[in-house]
Design a protein around this ligand. Sequence first.
Ligand SMILES: *[C@@H]1O[C@H](CO)[C@@H](O)[C@H](O)[C@H]1NC(C)=O
Ligand SMILES: *[C@@H]1O[C@H](CO)[C@@H](O)[C@H](O)[C@H]1NC(C)=O
Ligand SMILES: *[C@@H]1O[C@H](CO)[C@@H](O)[C@H](O)[C@H]1NC(C)=O
Ligand SMILES: *[C@@H]1O[C@H](CO)[C@@H](O)[C@H](O)[C@H]1NC(C)=O
Length: 724
Amino acid sequence: MECKQRLKWLMLAMICPLIAGAPSSMSKSDNSCPKENLNIIGGSFVLKDGYSHGSLLKYICPNGYYPSIQSRLCQGEQWTPKPKIRKPAVCKKITCPNPRVFENGEVSPYKDKYYVNDTTTYSCHSDYILRGSAVRVCKPNGKWNGSTPICGPDHCPDPGVPPGSSRAGNVFNIDDKVTYRCERPLTLIGSKVRVCQDGGQWSGTEPQCYADFTYDTPEEASDAFSSSLKSDLGVSQQFEQEDQQGKKITMDQGGKLDIYIAVDASDSIDEEDFTKAKTTIKLLIEKISYYPVSPNYEILVFATNVSPISRIRNFKLNKNERSLERIFEDLDKFTYDNKGDKTGTNIAKAYSEIYESMVMEKNSNETAFSETQHIIILFSDGQANMGGNPKPKVDQIKHLVTRNDPNREKKLDLYVFGVGEDVNQEDINDFVSHKDEEKHFFKLPDLAAVQQMFDDMIDESTSVGLCGVVWEGLENKRRAFPWLAQINVARPPKGSNCMGSLVTSSYILTAAHCFLEGDTPEKITVKLDKDLIVKVKKYVLHPKYNITAKKHMGIKEYYEFDVALVQLEKSVKMTSTLRPICIPCTKETNAALKLSESEGTCKKHGKRGACVEDAKKAEGIEVKNAVEVVTDNFLCSGGTEPKTDDVACKGESGGATHVNKKGRVIQVGVISWGVKDICKGNNNRFTSVSDSRDFHSNLFSEKIRSFLKEHLENDNIGNPLTFL
Ligand SMILES: *[C@@H]1O[C@H](CO)[C@@H](O)[C@H](O)[C@H]1NC(C)=O
Ligand SMILES: *[C@@H]1O[C@H](CO)[C@@H](O)[C@H](O)[C@H]1NC(C)=O
Ligand SMILES: *[C@@H]1O[C@H](CO)[C@@H](O)[C@H](O)[C@H]1NC(C)=O
Ligand SMILES: *[C@@H]1O[C@H](CO)[C@@H](O)[C@H](O)[C@H]1NC(C)=O
């Protein structure tokens, strides 16, 4: 009822201007309109307000028809528009536009008019390929469904002719081939031959013509390598099924992944380069560790012979040792002198060793082998000068994995990084995979460019906000401590300086003793990264922090619960030089270490005993029982047993005490106080003496953890942490 009335009002509102415009002289007393000649052929009508002035007559037609006149209005005793006796209103059939012009094909049935529910089918003359809808139905709104069909000359689009190349093959239908050549002296990189596939795409990668001096920029290489690698590392959110277009199946997270890395260490590589090469491998492995997969690794160094650093079989067998730390250690242990005869560049031998390892894997479990994704990455700076042509070895590897089944080609990725100008690009182009739209050969001027490339490799979407991601091998020292914050509190005449650590994008963890009563947020300056100064919104001390709490017991200054959180006004943007450190007992940290939540990272760290006893040697402390000073809420470091620790100096208060686990850094304490300040007067590096001890607020302590949890879980400026 209500609805109808509303409809009426709506109608009136529309009609009102017309009524107002009608000349009043024409109106009669009755004002009603005639009842004759109003019918519609093939339909009916309804009246809003009978035959009286202002009533609206609306015509109704059955499905698939439309009225020749939509409606009439009673106005000045007449219906407008006027009904014509000769040409009454009629219900007409709805038609769809005529697909008369259809080049290079047939429309069937071919008719003058197409009505609702009429179906047309389209076919192309031979040698032409239909794109668009082959069957279209006329819809009640007078439109065809689907999309416009086109008969094109070819199944695949013209693959073009890249600069510097020439192409043989001008027919682009299914299974047709095109072949490329580069003008002399350029080398073809990419696919020499491409085949038009079912899905209308060309196989392989577009060829490019490289001169000797042509290099991939680190950005180009990093984009191409990561987009290719990503499909193996299961970054893609949905698990694509193999479709007609021959798209690859993305590995699920539990997928098995074996990675073989071979590094050229021949003559041309000096000691410095060799160290760089090791750093490069670490960087690569570390980058891969950010993805949600846990690959097995084999690492080989080759020159005349091949020296293994890590074997895939051992990696798989020693469950306890399959950590990245372990591989990094082995890499560090492997020195320049271990390399043996350095005169040759025996690429064939390197591939041959990888082949042997793969055969062993296959023999050990054939099912697992066939389910595994195999990645082989070779770094070489020169031309193979001994051991013969590596191509047959590469072919053996291909055959082992694919068993000549083209559908299995996706299980193998062969990458080569050619470093420097001696690289024989033509040979190497033959060793790599040529997968659809993926690049597998990269040519870079030097190892620094390779490092930069790996460095750029992780796109921000996958790594931003990851805690504890550091890189120690590179020039930029800030990258080793990206969480570092310098805190200055202005208190004329002399302010105080502390360190802190970024723990979320808007919180900095530091020591409570950095602040005194009356310090307001605007007096605090926080410096992050190089010159990034950020504003402070507020700071909170641990509620139990009380420096005078044990004065009466002979402890002049008491530092239990010496922790504070500084909240920034705005959350900071994460970069490779500005990232949070990991906080224990959080989901984020467990993810970093790839631990299950139940395994957790909430175990206590730190050695005690003698360490705690030494606290009594501190100035201003006169207690019998050291535990009065150093409660369980402290971690203790320093001394010379079992190993000589680094020491904390004044001005480092509030800084992070951290451990490096599997290449990710976790903060375990906040530097609080020490027995001796042995940094004074000394030069740069300070090492501990037997009784120089530092004490750190223990982040594993229940009461400190609950303080952090309270604030960091409810971070409403940055991204909050989830505590376990
Ligand atoms: C078109 O087909 C639909 C579904 O079969 C039917 O409901 C509708 O009445 C048909 N329309 C005409 C105009 O035949
Ligand atoms: C058009 O509609 C018909 C009938 O509903 C349907 O069979 C056909 O698949 C549709 N075509 C497209 C391309 O949607
Ligand atoms: C081989 O691997 C498959 C799948 O990965 C596994 O289910 C099977 O138990 C393995 N067989 C042996 C003997 O380890
Ligand atoms: C600190 O501890 C002392 C000694 O127990 C006490 O008198 C004082 O009120 C405490 N201060 C605060 C702020 O709790």
